[in-house]
Design a protein around this ligand. Structure first.
Ligand code: HEC
Ligand code: HEC
Length: 359
């Protein structure tokens, strides 16, 4: 059974039981040594079949993570509800846990087939602490995942698109590193569980189709009714049918804005890749903006984004690079995301220019 198929199958259990939150986790005991101690899943752990009150969800614009698949769940404490906010993320009661599982297809020719789960990340809303990150690393047998504060380096074996045996490295961050992406203005934040990321129509976390935000509301997540979803902010599916600019903005938001926004880890670079403002100052997206620092990170190019000229744009140079000093996102390992680079290239090629004007 595959992680994804099981997530889909498990949905009905979670929805039909009405989901008022029922994680048996005892806040005083967190972090447990073993993932199974939380009681998130029923049946064999690797089926990721959610227990009652464990609500699966998807985001429209996921973070690219070197071919990893993800299965995400929201777990409210007994009787707990979230207070909705249209702008970004919502307020959650203490004891809320958000769960994100990372898995890899064993055979890349068979997407959605047999998968190996490698890591399960948690953000736990703790009284007086805000969101606290924990992570669990799965054993080879896929029977249990163990608490890991110190990070790890795993080798993932798989069959590549041509049918050959292949391997890739996978880095489990240590829990201090979670905040390089999740913290803003020194507070740990949710990144994907946010209104514009879940206000989409399509294939949902439970394997059915519909509007993800409405589905969360139906599952009893919120303490009041939602405004009509068509009036709420939404991001585009980066590889869906929306106009190119909206798709590129959504992609840059998901993959870059956790660092590149005011208060983020790379705020000093002066870029803001959030996709909230439909009509931002072009320089915030790097258009005709000179880089903050000269040096190898520019590839000898003058501006972050040169309208009409992806090959003159530092942004593209850094997304395509595999050099640890240069590549973006700035992470220990990262395989450049071919589709993401192609999308950003197409967006830059289509910007009105040409060029950034002369002296
Ligand atoms: C490279 C940046 C990055 C790092 C490092 C990172 N995350 Fe995340 N994380 C994200 C992004 C972006 C999302 C939202 C998109 C998604 O769900 O795919 C996210 C989503 C999550 C979620 C789902 C809730 C949410 O915020 O939407 C959890 C739980 C989570 N991360 C836990 C962790 C933990 C624990 C660590 C450290 C062990 C960690 N993350 C490290 C970028 C990062
Ligand atoms: C984990 C944090 C992190 C993420 C995620 C990240 N960056 Fe960066 N980025 C940085 C830091 C820190 C700098 C400044 C130091 C440097 O230039 O290397 C930077 C600098 C840059 C610069 C040079 C900007 C300037 O004007 O000086 C560009 C362009 C850039 N990043 C593009 C991107 C793109 C595109 C993405 C997403 C695909 C991305 N970054 C994701 C941390 C990050």
């Amino acid at each position: 059974m595959t992680a994804r198929a099981q997530v889909a199958g498990g949905v009905f259990a979670a929805l039909l039981t009405g989901c008022s939150g029922s994680s048996p986790a005892d806040p005083g005991e967190i972090p447990y040594d073993r993932l199974s101690d939380y009681g998130f899943f029923v049946g064999p752990l690797s089926d990721l079949e959610p227990a009652q009150g464990v609500v699966p969800y998807r985001v429209v614009s996921p973070l690219w993570a070197d071919f990893a698949g993800k299965a995400r769940f929201l777990v409210l404490p007994e009787g707990g509800r979230a207070t909705f906010d249209a702008a970004e993320t919502w307020s959650f009661p203490s004891g809320t846990i958000v769960v994100k599982n990372f898995f890899f297809d064993v055979d890349r020719r068979d997407e959605g087939g047999k998968a190996r789960i490698v890591e399960t990340r948690l953000l736990v809303r703790e009284a007086g602490e805000g969101w606290v990150p924990y992570t669990y690393v799965w054993d080879e047998d896929q029977t249990e995942a163990y608490f890991h504060a110190a990070g790890d380096r795993l080798t993932i074996a798989y069959i590549d698109a041509q049918g050959n045996d292949a391997e890739q490295e996978y880095i489990v961050p240590n829990t201090d590193e979670c905040d390089s992406c999740h913290a803003r203005d020194d507070r740990t934040r949710l990144l994907g569980l946010a209104t514009p990321q879940v206000n989409f129509e399509g294939l949902l976390g439970d394997g059915t189709t519909g509007n993800q935000l409405e589905r969360l509301a139906d599952a009893g997540v919120f303490d009041g009714p939602l405004p009509p979803v068509q009036d709420l902010p939404r991001f585009s599916d980066p590889f869906g049918p929306d106009p190119l600019e909206a798709r590129a903005r959504s992609y840059l938001h998901a993959n870059c804005s956790h660092c590149h926004r005011p208060g983020g880890d790379a705020a000093q670079a002066g870029l803001d890749f959030t996709a909230f403002d439909p009509d931002p100052l072009p320089a915030k997206l790097g258009v005709c903006k000179e880089p903050a620092a000269a040096g190898p990170g520019t590839g000898g190019r003058e501006y972050d984004v040169v309208p009409g000229a992806p090959d003159e744009s530092i942004l593209v140079y850094r997304m395509e690079s595999t050099d640890p000093e240069i590549r973006m996102p700035e992470l220990p390992i990262r395989i450049p995301h071919a589709e993401g680079v192609a999308l950003v290239r197409a967006w830059i090629a289509g910007l009105d220019g040409p060029g950034c004007g002369g002296p």
